[in-house]
Design a protein around this ligand. Sequence first.
Ligand SMILES: Nc1nc2c(ncn2[C@@H]2O[C@H](COP(=O)(O)OP(=O)(O)OP(=O)(O)O)[C@@H](O)[C@H]2O)c(=O)[nH]1
Ligand SMILES: [Mg+2]
Length: 374
Amino acid sequence: MACCSLKDPALLSAYSLLKSVQEIDPDFKDKVRVPVMVIVGMQSVGKTSLIEAILRFPVGYTDRNTGNRCPVRYIIRFSEHSRYVVGGEKLHNQAEVQRKVTEHMKSLQKRNSFSNQALTVEISDKDQLDIDITDLPGLQDKAEQDSENIRQIVEHYLKDESVIPVAVCKAEKSHETQIDFSMLEDVGLNAKHALVVINYFNKQLGDLHSVSELNSYCAGYLDKFKRVHFVMLHFEEGIDKDSMGFDERRRYDRALIPGEQKKINERIEHLQEKEPGAQVKPGVLKALGIGSALDDMQSRLSGFMEFNRTNLTVAVKEKIEALLEECKNLRESVDLDADSMWQRWDEYMLDFQTVLKGIFECKHNDIKSDLQSI
Ligand SMILES: Nc1nc2c(ncn2[C@@H]2O[C@H](COP(=O)(O)OP(=O)(O)OP(=O)(O)O)[C@@H](O)[C@H]2O)c(=O)[nH]1
Ligand SMILES: [Mg+2]
């Protein structure tokens, strides 16, 4: 499979369309399994920050006491025309998107309810990339009062065999102490299918003293998981993103990917100075940074479409034929009714003519008899 076809925007857009059709047509759901890509992880590991890194503006509703109460599906598209829709409501700008998502979460919180039903957020803009991804509420420790409700939502998504999970975890000292991953496996995460994003990499990267240490730290994870990426979704320590206004946050989010990459490069240069001649392994280099994780996420969706091209084409063709047949039947039934309506109208007009004729004849006879009587 050619590399560029793995991130084909046409395939990614077709994927979103298929998924939306499937949501409104249960019949189609049985015919073809379109996977849903979900972001899963413990609370506050940076799931929504990953979405914000894609969007390059804030959407998150982070409430330390309650967290998200339902999944949020983000349909993100590159387009020449800006379009923002949340829960079916068309909005004017990005700030309104954040406000609507927050309002939705607050209204669930007010009713003290949780929901499996995803809030759909559609964002099209000329600086967006193509992706369709669902942000799940963060899992909590068993002692927390909402933990069971959230667990049920996450399990509901993970039990679907076709799910593509993006598991976000906080970087630990080594892959061996990465215990939050086993908590995710407890709720049904299949490590083989998961794309693992190790966030909070700043701390670990700062603690590594040489290129060899970086290579062996990452190699531990790369051996354990099939697809893993090391990212810093908050690359500048000491900055309080949560207290920023919308515009300031957007500036931060826009600078995030290049800023993070710059920081990674500077750190590698520093480690190389300490260990002259040492090279970061290509597999490790490829796994560093938010950009590499986003590439991989897009490739998974595009790859699904490419791999299932034949099945999908057959299913879509069958669906189109079934819809055309339905259309034909509908048209015929309308035509039939129209015919019978015309026939009734003709009969009515004939009756009307007969009545008129009768009246006229009556009148005529009356006049005739009147004349005769003169
Ligand atoms: N220091 C540091 N903070 C981070 C990092 N990633 C995210 N944060 C911060 O952690 C907090 C939670 O981040 P979110 O992205 O909302 O986490 P989440 O996983 O979506 O949280 P829930 O939806 O509540 O489970 C925010 O204040 C982020 O700014 C990181 O890599 N380093
Ligand atoms: Mg979140």
